[in-house]
Each structure stands twice: as structure tokens, then as C-alpha cells.
Design a protein around this ligand. Structure first.
Ligand SMILES: [Ca+2]
Ligand SMILES: [Ca+2]
Length: 258
């Protein structure tokens, strides 16, 4: 199984075969190597090359205040237990502990500086990023995207016991809003791999996936949303806008091109 994705990754990154990029982010329900059974969960994500043309709203690498994005815009949130910090599991066990908010983020070495945001919710809640004035014209971009994982072994993740969904809402300077579900491409943010060991409970590392939504889908049905003047990006969970509860770890909220 890994062979197919390694080959696609090499073709994309080294030979710049753009279609191979699809293997990195399309849900397994719509694109999977023919030899891989439908029942096999595919865990994969796409990290856009640094050379790509992107408009980064929040990488969480700078502006460590949870009310300010790395791009310098304000962030307003109603979610709980928010932690913007190094994406590192600090205690060498997958057991959930509130003192280790990035539990399950195990890829970063001690010398790495990757930062992300973690938070949870039990009802309809939101996070909203104001797009800085210098970045509001998204008419040349194709997608809004981010990488997201469920927090392994967190009580909310355990209670949800399945895929997690949220909505992304874009708002323009005229106040028009349009929303698209994170599962619009056919798959939820998967439940962490259900494995025991390395502490108590069930679940392994935080399995990140790239949620990538087409900007033109926000204009579907005649919403009238103006991509040339996007003033904010909002994530909503709970109620009718996403899973009723859960815990997410997120990174790299950004607008990208095909
Ligand atoms: Ca921040
Ligand atoms: Ca980051």
C-alpha cells in the first residue's frame, strides 16, 4: 500500500507531475490504489511545497497568542481548552492528560519547531480568523485548506467514536457568507487508528489529513460570495455544522492553487 503513495509522492515532488498530488489529499473513498481493499483506512496528508503560491492565514508558527494569527489578523474563538504550542507529545505515552494538550503529536523531534493549535468542543462552537487587508483578494486561488487530526485518546474523541466533521464558512466584505462541510470531498476526519499500548486507552498517533475545499463550491447555488474580498474564515462545529463533540489538532489554514 505504501509503495503506491511513495511513488505518487516522488512523481509529484521530484518530477512535478501535478495529478499525482491528488493521491496526497483526496479521500480514500474517491481515490485509492486498486490493490487496496475498500475497508482499509488510508491515512495521508498533503503538505504544500514551500515554493507553491499560497496565502497562509495561520501557520501557528508566530503570534503565539490564540487571539492573533501568524498572518497578523485577529482570531476569535468560543472553543474550549485551546492550546497553541509545539506539536509535541511531552510525556512519551498516549494516555490522555490535560497537561499534555498535544498528546499524540509524535512526529516532531526535540529539535523541530513545528507548532499547531489544539482545542475541543461539546456544543456548537467556532473559531474565526480575520483575513488581513493585504490578503483579501482570493480570486486567483482555488482551495481553502488545512491539516487536521482528531486528538488521540481524548475523552471527546473516545465519545465520538468515529469520523469528525466541521464546516468552513467564508465571509466577504459585503457580509455574504457561504459554508461547505469538511466532508464535502467524501470523507470525515478519521478516528485515530484503534490500537492499544503505550499507555491506557485506545488510539495511536494523531492521524492528520488535508481537508481541501474548492473555493468555487462556496459560490455554488448562487451564494454571491465575492472571492475578491474575503474578510474572514470561520470553522464551526456542533449543532448542524459538524460533529457534536470532539477534539482537533490543526495546522496551516491557508488558501492554495490547483
Ligand atoms: Ca496565534
Ligand atoms: Ca505550524
Amino acid at each position: 500500500m505504501a509503495k503506491a503513495f511513495i511513488l505518487a509522492g516522488l512523481k509529484f515532488h521530484i518530477e512535478t507531475e501535478t495529478p499525482m498530488k491528488e493521491f496526497m489529499w483526496r479521500p480514500g473513498s474517491t481515490l485509492r490504489p486498486p490493490v487496496v481493499a475498500d475497508s482499509t483506512i488510508l491515512v495521508k496528508e498533503m503538505v504544500v511545497p514551500a515554493s507553491a503560491s499560497v496565502k497562509v492565514i495561520d501557520s501557528f508558527q508566530t503570534q503565539s497568542s490564540t487571539s492573533l494569527s501568524s498572518s497578523g489578523g485577529t482570531v476569535v474563538s468560543t472553543v474550549t481548552n485551546i492550546s497553541e504550542a509545539a506539536a509535541k507529545d511531552t510525556d512519551a505515552t498516549y494516555t490522555w492528560l490535560a497537561t499534555n494538550p498535544h498528546n499524540g503529536s509524535v512526529r516532531a523531534l526535540s529539535t523541530d519547531s513545528q507548532k499547531m493549535v489544539a482545542w475541543d468542543w461539546n456544543s456548537n462552537q467556532r473559531m474565526e480568523w480575520t483575513v488581513p487587508a493585504s490578503m483579501t483578494d482570493m480570486s486567483a486561488m482555488d482551495f481553502v485548506e488545512l491539516r487536521v487530526a482528531q486528538g488521540t485518546r481524548h475523552p471527546n474523541t473516545v465519545a465520538l467514536n468515529g469520523g469528525a466533521n466541521f464546516s468552513i464558512i467564508l465571509r466577504d466584505a459585503l457580509g455574504i457568507e457561504a459554508r461547505v462541510s469538511s466532508s464535502a470531498q467524501g470523507e470525515a476526519v478519521n478516528q485515530p487508528y484503534q490500537r492499544i499500548g503505550d499507555g491506557s486507552g485506545l488510539g495511536w498517533q494523531n492521524d492528520f489529513r488535508t481537508i481541501r475545499l474548492r473555493l468555487r463550491d462556496f459560490q455554488g447555488g448562487g451564494t454571491g460570495l465575492k472571492l475578491s474580498m474575503i474578510s474572514s474564515v470561520r470553522i464551526e462545529v456542533g449543532g448542524s455544522f459538524g460533529s457534536s463533540l470532539g477534539r482537533f489538532i490543526m495546522d496551516d489554514l491557508q488558501f492554495t492553487k490547483e
